[in-house]
Every structure is written in C-alpha cells, then in structure tokens.
Design a protein around this ligand. Structure first.
Ligand SMILES: [Fe+2]
Ligand SMILES: [Fe+2]
Length: 302
C-alpha cells in the first residue's frame, strides 16, 4: 500500500504519476508518433534516434519507479488486486464525480497547477472532439485515466501507472527497463517463462492477465456501457510494449489486431495534448455532462 517514504501520500503520488507521464514523452517524442488514423496498420514503431541512450539518461526517480513495478507485478500480486478491486465495492460515483475525486490528487506544493488531472482529461477529450471523432471516442478521452483513483484508495504509483504487460508469460525484452524483471519472482518460475507461459498461442488478449494498474481497473468499471473500441483504448492505453513496440502478437487474435489500431489512434491524444492553455472547466462542463449522460447511468460501482 502507499507506505512510501513521504509524509503526504497524495502529494507524492501525484509527483510520481507525472514523472512517468513526462518520461513517456521523452521516450516517445511527438516526431516519432504513429499515424493517428486506425486504418494505419499495426507494427513496431521506428526506433527513435538515441533510444539506446534513453534508459541511461532517465531520472533516478523514474528508474526506481520501474524497478519497483517490474519487481513486484507478479502473477499472484495481480490476482490478489483483481480479487479485491474487481468486486467494485469501494464506492459509487458518477463519472463527473469521479473526475472531481481524482482531481483531489493535486500537488499542493505548486498552487499554479491545481487542476492537473481534470485538465489532462479535458484536454485529451477536447483534442479528440476538435478532430471530429465520434462521441464515444470523445467520451473515452474524457474518462481514460479515471482508474488513477486507485492512488486515492491507497495504491502506490507502481501499481497504478507505468507501461502495462502480460503476467503469466515471459516478459518482453522490449519493455522499458526490462532488466529489472530479474528481481521479479515470476522470472524464476518455469511455467511463466515460455513465450506463451500459461496461455495458448493466439488465445486473445481478453484471456490474458495484464499487470495491475489504472487501465485494467477502469475497464471493469465501465465495460457495460461503451463499445469495444472504446474499451480497448481504456484497457490497453498503457500497453506500450504492444501498441508502440509491436510485442506480444503471439497472444493476440484477429480482433485484438483490429482493436489495437484504435488504441494506436488514441495514443497521440493521450501523449501530445498537454497544453499551457488551461481548459475552461465551467464552460465545458454542460457539454460533457450531456455526453456522460448519453452513455452512463447516474452512478457506477467503483
Ligand atoms: Fe493513463
Ligand atoms: Fe492519460
């Protein structure tokens, strides 16, 4: 649980969440972004210039974040988190209420950034809307990070954010800082360390257990209310080893390949829409409350 070295877990959690997201931009700068249309075929992204130096130059806090994540996301850890959180018995909240709840995860030390989580969600959604995408796509942008409320339920950063990957099979060497998996006990369990591990080849991602974090959690909260494309964007938006590095195709079926096209279409809106211009929350709220009401009931189980 959130027993980290800091006396203010909310504050420190937020700083560390931003560490990971800022570092993603360093790893995948905009010039190396994928084409933003889902019709563009999947495949590994071109290796950015200097990619080999990326890990060497990473900040100490980012390295430590990945070390903890890779060492502790074991198959058993994930199953325990699923058994706990997927009962969805923490609280009932509407979507806008969850956005405001997530927004209490603020960095108290910086009064100029008092709406960071809500702003990221609105900026993502507004950019999707500006490009003329369907309403469900805009709504997906609005909600995609609400699973980060796990932080407010006491989960440490390494169990909320970070690149996600399957557990129960060999860890791809293309996962960032893959050397840290040497500290993961599953690395020494033969049944988990063949390419497919406990899974059948081509079984489909729906039958594969992913590392625990905000993506998988939110997927389960909203799965009854959105189309498959939206659910894939939510569930796999941090699955950089697949949607950016082209890994784990041996576990995928044809439908996964289709849906990953949508995950790739979503990714630039997540990574490259942080702007200095702050969204006008009160002006935008009626539009988004209407959009939320089109798809979701007044409250959901979290
Ligand atoms: Fe996210
Ligand atoms: Fe995001």
């Amino acid at each position: 649980m959130a027993t980290h070295h800091d006396s203010n877990p909310r504050n420190s959690a937020h700083e560390r969440l931003d560490d990971w997201e800022d570092d993603l931009l360093r790893r995948y700068p905009p010039s190396n972004g994928p084409a933003s249309h889902p019709a563009v075929k999947a495949g590994p992204a071109p290796e950015p210039a200097g990619f080999r130096d990326y890990q060497k130059e990473a900040r100490a806090s980012v390295r430590e974040f990945y070390r903890l994540n890779h060492a502790r996301q074991t198959y058993d850890f994930v199953q325990a988190k699923r058994a706990d959180y997927l009962r969805l018995s923490r609280r009932r909240m509407g979507i806008w209420e969850a956005m405001e709840f997530l927004n209490t995860l603020v960095d108290d030390s910086d009064p100029d950034t008092d709406l960071p989580q809500l702003e990221h969600l609105l900026q993502t959604a507004e950019s999707i809307r500006a490009d003329g995408h369907p309403r469900w796509f805009i709504l997906t942008g609005l909600i995609h990070d609400l699973g980060k409320v796990l932080c407010l339920f006491g989960e440490p950063q390494w169990a909320v954010v970070g690149d996600t990957f399957p557990v129960g099979c060999a860890f791809s060497q293309k996962i960032v800082f893959s050397e840290f998996f040497a500290e993961n006990p599953d690395c020494h369990a033969p049944r988990f360390q063949s390419a497919c591990g406990i899974y059948a080849p081509g079984c489909g991602l729906d039958g594969v257990t992913m590392s625990w974090g905000h993506d998988e959690y939110l997927y389960h909260v909203v799965r009854d209310y959105l189309p498959d494309e939206a659910l894939a964007m939510i569930r796999y938006h941090s699955f950089y080893p697949a949607h950016r590095e082209g890994e784990y195709t041996h576990l995928m079926n044809a439908r996964d390949h289709e849906l990953l096209g949508w995950v790739r279409a979503f990714n630039p809106y997540d990574l490259y829409t942080k702007r200095d211009v702050r969204p006008d929350v009160s002006r935008l709220r009626p539009y988004y409350e209407d959009l939320i009401g089109e798809f979701f009931p007044a409250t959901l189980a979290w």
